[in-house]
Design a protein around this ligand. Structure first.
Ligand code: AMP
Length: 544
């Protein structure tokens, strides 16, 4: 016997239909690539998504075809998500900050039929176009007046002209909810990047999960600025979640500098924003320098890398902005856990509440989590035992696109996130490291994340990274690499005495080196891979 309720396939176009029907006049504001501020509503966005869907069909895109985007967070990029998936295609966000060779690999591997790109990337596209073997049409996401002249791309099409040639009555394609809607490649620190092919069902269920009060907690009264790019793990699901609740959506376009973001936050009354710690580091320095506040901002979601304690403290104590520390990954659509107060945590003194906020929050409903030892045995949830963090659920990857990497689930259907974590009795997870970044010293593990967070709490440290360096006796020992704040003169001894009361004695770095800047990945995280390469010949003073 089955239940007798309606079968209503969970398709992503339902989100924008709902936004247009129930919150049609709610605004979407974009700081455009061309320069001006663009404003329209969810109703407008839906109609233009339909025009784009019709235009893609006219270009010969078929159900199941991939359409690539090389674009910032803009209203057009938003339309492309809904328009492509709404005509049965797969919206493939490509990270423009990757190396050209990686972009070529990804687009060819995905077999993108059409490539939509912001004019900021015209030169890049012209350079790689001859190597893109499957792309039949290149579309510049702009109006005729801003088409890149002499771009050197043959048969270049104009986005606005394509839309203008279509009506707004396109019928969204009714598909199986398990049909693909989106595609995003992992950053692939080793080997080639691998694709995660999101289904409509996964995206819609993730949206329900993301909107919960103890997750992103969005509402129709929210004004949301996803600084996290749409090419970084679906902008953490925000462009879908904002439609589901009818929030105002504010898009920063090509801008990531604190000045422009701050102006948008103030001018547009932004209440909710999300980005990686690097962005917030810059913002806090900007606020300190200019003496400004954060306007109506209530919540900042920090994820992608660990949020240092001093960052959480500064947002909450100086600027009255609540920090929700979140963890997830491309393979998880991406949300896994979010840090919101629990009934238990509210009973604790402020310092202890802050300790909990430094953890990565509790798992959302929809995610099964376990931590295991190297042999796959489950470890206790005691907040002490650190193990491989594995996840299972309806918005978690089942296999990579085209089966790359083979079978990726264990016997119980769990996916190994590659992260090492503890889980405490209240369900809070703490990411101690990427499994490959963990420092193995004399058979014990040292958390590079904890050391980095302790180091950036020093008032003269701008950024810090810790890597394991070979040691003849201990196998590996930590090396701390520090970027000083401008004008600061802090030295190795200062840093080590600052760390001494904050970390276990045997965790203290064997050396501290100072550099002008740290390498970052295409999603704005510190690149440990590049650092290990830079320091490959480095000899610790303790290794002699
Ligand atoms: P990506 O798929 O590029 O977003 O990378 C996902 C990885 O980023 C995770 O597997 C973690 O290693 C890391 N990550 C994400 N959020 C956090 C966080 N809040 N704290 C520490 N690491 C994080």
């Amino acid at each position: 016997m089955l239940g007798e309720m309606q079968d209503w396939p969970l398709l992503t176009w339902r989100l924008i239909d709902h936004a247009a029907q129930a919150h049609g006049d709610r605004e979407i504001v974009t700081a455009t690539v061309e320069g001006a501020i663009h404003r329209y509503t969810w109703s407008d966005a839906r109609l233009r998504s339909k025009q784009l869907a019709a235009a893609l069909v006219a270009l010969g895109v078929e159900v199941g075809d991939r359409v690539g985007t090389l674009a910032w967070n803009t209203h057009r990029h938003l339309e492309s998500w809904y328009g492509i998936a709404g005509m049965g295609g797969v919206a493939h966000t490509v990270n423009p900050r990757l190396f050209a060779d990686q972009i070529v690999y990804i687009i060819n591997h995905a077999e993108d039929r059409v490539l939509l790109f912001d004019i900021s990337f015209a030169k890049l596209v012209a350079e790689i176009a001859p190597r893109l073997t499957t792309v039949r049409h290149f579309v510049a996401m702009t109006e005729p007046a801003h088409m890149p002249a002499d771009a050197g791309i043959s048969n270049l099409l104009c986005y606005e002209s394509l839309l203008a040639a279509q009506g707004t009555d396109f019928q969204w394609v009714m598909q199986d909810e398990r049909a693909p809607a989106g595609l995003c490649y992992t950053s692939g620190t080793t080997g080639n990047p691998k694709g995660v092919l999101y289904s409509h069902r996964a995206n819609v269920l993730h949206t329900f999960g993301a909107c919960m009060a103890d997750a992103l907690g969005l509402a129709s009264t929210s004004a949301v600025l996803p600084v996290v790019p749409m090419y970084h793990a679906n902008a953490w699901g925000i462009p879908y979640a904002a439609a589901a609740v009818g929030a105002k959506l504010v898009m920063g376009g090509p801008h990531f500098d604190p000045g422009t973001l701050h102006k948008l936050i103030i001018d547009e009354g932004v209440t909710f924003t999300a980005a990686v710690p690097t962005v917030w580091l810059g913002m806090l320095q900007f606020l300190e320098k200019t003496g400004q506040d954060m306007g109506a901002l209530k919540t900042v979601v920090i994820g992608g890398s660990a949020a240092p304690r001093m960052m959480i403290e500064a947002f909450q104590n100086k600027y009255g902005v609540r920090v929700a520390h979140a963890w997830g990954m491309t393979e998880m659509s991406p949300l896994g856990s979010v840090g919101t107060p629990s009934a238990h945590s509210l009973q604790l003194p402020a310092e202890k509440q802050l300790d909990l906020q430094c953890k990565q929050g509790r798992g959302l409903f929809g995610i099964d989590m376990k931590i295991t030892d190297d042999a796959g045995n489950s470890l206790p949830r005691d907040g002490e035992s650190a193990g491989h963090l594995k996840v299972r659920g309806p918005w978690i990857v089942g296999r990579y696109f085209k089966g790359d990497g083979g079978d990726i689930l264990d016997a119980e259907g769990y996916f190994d996130t590659g992260d090492v974590a503890t889980i405490d009795q209240w369900g809070y997870i703490q990411i101690t490291d990427r499994a490959k970044d963990v420092i193995k010293s004399g058979g014990e593990w040292i958390s590079s994340i904890e050391l980095e967070n302790a180091a950036v709490a020093h008032p003269e440290v701008a950024e810090a990274a810790v890597i394991g360096v070979h040691h003849p006796k201990w196998d590996e020992r930590p090396l701390l690499i520090v970027v000083r704040k401008p004008g600061a003169s802090v030295d190795k001894d200062d840093i080590l005495s600052f760390l001494a009361p904050r970390v276990a004695k045997w965790w203290l770095p064997d050396d501290v080196v100072f550099v002008e800047g740290l390498p970052h990945t295409a999603t704005g995280k510190i690149s440990k891979l590049e650092l290990r390469h830079q320091f490959r010949d480095y000899k610790l003073p303790t290794a002699a």
